[in-house]
Structures are given as structure tokens and as C-alpha cells.
Design a protein around this ligand. Structure first.
Ligand SMILES: NC(=O)c1ccc[n+]([C@@H]2O[C@H](COP(=O)([O-])OP(=O)(O)OC[C@H]3O[C@@H](n4cnc5c(N)ncnc54)[C@H](OP(=O)(O)O)[C@@H]3O)[C@@H](O)[C@H]2O)c1
Length: 323
């Protein structure tokens, strides 16, 4: 089978496609034929050695898949050959087949394509964990989403609307703002050309209630200043490449709160609660309350190109590799 291999951490050009023997399942495991593998911003950072977690090399990148069960090992009773599933795999997703522990497999709802399933878990779990669990976003509140045309951004628009919020999208291009509007954002702000703080305050009638911030850099402080009374600013990531420093008086004013969001660490430390969260999200897709957009599909050979495009800010929405 064909797999994408990162031989050593460094420039993405060192990542290659290789042939490997097909895997067999051990006890409690299944082999899944990968129909789509989600590409996330973090995948390129890990390959480059720029992420806090540095896997031993060589390794196969990619952390989430959707596909079809090809074989099951001893003791597996919850899934059978032919089942449509999705999973977070840790690593190993950019391949034609992957071995997954049964406990990590989740049934793919019939309403979802393989592409939607492979692009879903990280973005939607992070958005839900941030907005519903950490910031307690409520019905009728105003939510400002930074990087609204990205993976976490679009998921946050969708989750915010499902929670009953009025969503303002902020992004750097018309295409990204259009993607957020297509999901139901009521307004868009191009934060490269418009005054983010002033416009967000105007649109929300005095100040937003919650900021979803997976971007960092220069946009975090105006977003913080755009919040009204009891505003909550979710610190989710730093895709812009810099961790901002903000004046703490802006947190004191209006009784604002800065909310740290580390879904990955929480999911790892509480697998049972995380599974329940994912089941809840998948049920919301099934009953039409969430609408994950169809991702762009690219061949496995494009893994390096797609990871590069994400790091260069050139992607709207999500991309999956289709082996
Ligand atoms: N805390 C958590 O639990 C958690 C979980 C998953 C991911 N994350 C982190 O969240 C961040 C966003 O992830 P994602 O999947 O949404 O990524 P993504 O799909 O690539 O979107 C990130 C967005 O950030 C914006 N951006 C601004 N400056 C950028 C730059 N210099 N390079 C790249 N993007 C830039 C882009 O929007 P504009 O062009 O519109 O500005 C882009 O659409 C990443 O840092 C990721 O590691 C955190």
C-alpha cells in the first residue's frame, strides 16, 4: 500500500510517498481502508519539527480518517468488515490503510460523506469544546470568529449558530468570508482592510459576547477590545505565527475573561467525556443541526502541497487526501 512518510523532521520537501506492506489487525484492532484523510494546520508544523510534540522518525503523518473496515482482530465486537467509520489516529492517516484500536472508531453517520467525516473531528470538537463547554456561549449572544474561513473557523461559525448565537465572521479574503456567510454568519469583516474592533462593536450593537481566536498575532488585541460586558475571549491557536501580548487592563474593563482552550489535552486526559462529546456532535449532524461543509479532495501525492498551502494561509475550508 502507498503511504506518506516523513523521514526526518525538517523542510516539507523531505516528505515522500513510499510502498509499505499492508497491515494486519492485532487483538482489539481493525484495519481501515482510508477513503479520506483530513489535513490539519498542525500536520505541517509537526513534519517541520515546529510543534511541541516531536514524533520519532520515520513516521506517517495525518491524524484523522474516514473509511471502511477491511479486517478486524481478535476480540473486536463493535465493528464489522464493511462498516463506515471515522477515527482520530494520532499519526498514520496519510496512507491507503491504517490500523486503529476499536475504542477509537466511531460509526460515520449516513448523512456524512467520507470527506466530511475525515475533516470533522478536530475542527468541530475544538469549536464545541471552546464555545459550549469553556465559554458557555448562549442563545442570542454575539460571537466573533477570527480566521472564520479556516478549519476551526468554519466549524465555529456552524457550532455558534447551532448554539443560537449571532455570528460575525472575520477573515482575510472575500472567498473566506463568503464561505462563512454560506454557513450562516450574519456579517463579515475583512480584518486586513477594515477596523476589526470598531466594526465588530457596531455590528453587535455595543460589543460582542464571545471571541473565537485560533489566529493570534495582530488580530487578538482588537478582538479583545471588541468585547462588551462579561465578554469571553477563547484563546485557541496562533496560526498567524505570533503569540500576542495584550494589555491586562483590557481584561479588567467590562469584566472580561480570557479563556484557555486545549481540546487536545482534555480529550487525551478524559477519553470517555471526549467520546460523548463526539457522539453528541455526530448526532447533531444526523438531525440537521450541524452542517459540515464538503472539503476539497486531493490525491495522496499532494500531501506536501496541501500541508504547505495550509501553512501559507492559502486554503479556504478543509482539505482531505483521497488515497
Ligand atoms: N487549542 C486547541 O485545542 C486546538 C485544536 C486544534 C487546532 N488548534 C490550532 O488552531 C489553529 C488554527 O487551526 P485550523 O485547523 O483552523 O487552521 P487553518 O484551517 O489553516 O485556519 C487557520 C486560519 O488562520 C488564519 N491565519 C492568519 N495568519 C495566518 C498565517 N500567517 N498562516 C496561516 N494561517 C493564518 C487564516 O485565515 P485568514 O487568512 O482569514 O486570516 C487561516 O484560515 C492552529 O494553530 C492549530 O494548531 C488548536
Amino acid at each position: 500500500m502507498r503511504v506518506v512518510v516523513c523521514r526526518e523532521l525538517g523542510p516539507l520537501e523531505g516528505v515522500v510517498v513510499e510502498e509499505r506492506p499492508e497491515p494486519s489487525p492485532g487483538p482489539g484492532q481493525a484495519v481501515v481502508a482510508v477513503r479520506a484523510a483530513g489535513v490539519n494546520y498542525v500536520d505541517g508544523l509537526i513534519c517541520q519539527g515546529r510543534y511541541q510534540m516531536k514524533p520519532p522518525t520515520p513516521y506517517v503523518p495525518g491524524g484523522e480518517i474516514a473509511g471502511e473496515v477491511l479486517a478486524v482482530g481478535e476480540g473486536v465486537g463493535g465493528v464489522a468488515v464493511g462498516d463506515r467509520v471515522l477515527a482520530m489516529t494520532g499519526f498514520g492517516a496519510f496512507a491507503e490503510q491504517v490500523v486503529v484500536a476499536e475504542a477509537s472508531l466511531q460509526r460515520l453517520p449516513s448523512a456524512m460523506s467520507y470527506g466530511q467525516g475525515a475533516a470533522f473531528v478536530q475542527s468541530y470538537s475544538t469549536a464545541w469544546f471552546a464555545l459550549a463547554e469553556r465559554a458557555r456561549l448562549g442563545e442570542g449572544e454575539w460571537l466573533l470568529v477570527l480566521g472564520a474561513g479556516g478549519g476551526i473557523g468554519l466549524a465555529s461559525v456552524d457550532v455558534g449558530i447551532a448554539l443560537g448565537a449571532n455570528v460575525i465572521a472575520a477573515a482575510s479574503s472575500t472567498a473566506k468570508l463568503d464561505a462563512a456567510r454560506a454557513l450562516g454568519a450574519v456579517a463579515g469583516i475583512d480584518y486586513e482592510t477594515e477596523d476589526l474592533k470598531t466594526k465588530a462593536r457596531q455590528l453587535s450593537g455595543g460589543g460582542v459576547d464571545v471571541v473565537m481566536d485560533p489566529v493570534g498575532g495582530a488580530h487578538s488585541e482588537p478582538a479583545l477590545r471588541a468585547m462588551g460586558r462579561f465578554g469571553r475571549h477563547c484563546v485557541v491557536g496562533f496560526a498567524a505565527g505570533t503569540i500576542p501580548s495584550v494589555p491586562l487592563n483590557q481584561v479588567l474593563l467590562n469584566n472580561r475573561t480570557v479563556v484557555g482552550v486545549d481540546w487536545g489535552a482534555w480529550a487525551f486526559s478524559d477519553a470517555v467525556a471526549n467520546r460523548a462529546l463526539l457522539e453528541r456532535l455526530l448526532a447533531m449532524v444526523d438531525d440537521g443541526r450541524l452542517h459540515p461543509p464538503a472539503p476539497a479532495e486531493r490525491p495522496l501525492d499532494d500531501a506536501v502541497a496541501v500541508m504547505g498551502e495550509l501553512l501559507e494561509r492559502a486554503v479556504t475550508g478543509k482539505v482531505v487526501l483521497v488515497p
